[in-house]
Design a protein around this ligand. Structure first.
Ligand code: ZN
Length: 138
């Protein structure tokens, strides 16, 4: 028996493409319809999608988003900083004025997007209650 047959028997045969769901989440949009907003504020997740009524309260992004943001921003900033420092040797005060604000801005921009992508991943893989049984609030 394939997974599709199992989900059909459970009344949940919808296609949940992982990449598409994560991209929609990265755009801070509902992983199912791609239109409704995931967040009601900066990082606070809506209980349900305002468009398709997908229950989003199942999400358990927890500390994964900050972990990935630190990992990504750290690699971008440290790599760039080492390259700039070894190539042009700018003054320390100049580097401080440039790298610290860039780190903060990049982290704040990425945090909700990474959290949305994680929620999309969880929905696509039917994790944490996203198994279809209680997806719609109708
Ligand atoms: Zn939706």
């Amino acid at each position: 028996m394939t997974n599709t047959e199992i989900y059909s028997q459970a009344g949940d045969a919808e296609n949940r493409d992982v990449l598409r769901s994560m991209l929609r989440g990265f755009q801070c949009r509902c992983p199912r319809c791609g239109e409704g907003a995931i967040f009601k504020s900066y990082l606070e997740v809506n209980d349900h999608c305002p468009v398709c009524k997908l229950a989003l309260f199942h999400q358990r992004a927890d500390d994964a988003a900050p972990y990935f943001v630190i990992f990504i921003v750290g690699h971008i900033i440290i790599g760039s900083m080492l390259f700039v420092d070894s190539t042009w040797h700018p003054a320390v005060w100049l580097q401080t004025l440039f790298w610290i604000p860039l780190t903060i801005i990049l982290s704040l921009l990425l945090l909700p997007r990474i959290k949305g992508a994680i929620i999309g991943l969880q929905w696509a893989n039917r994790m944490h209650g996203f198994d279809g049984g209680t997806d719609s609030a109708s």
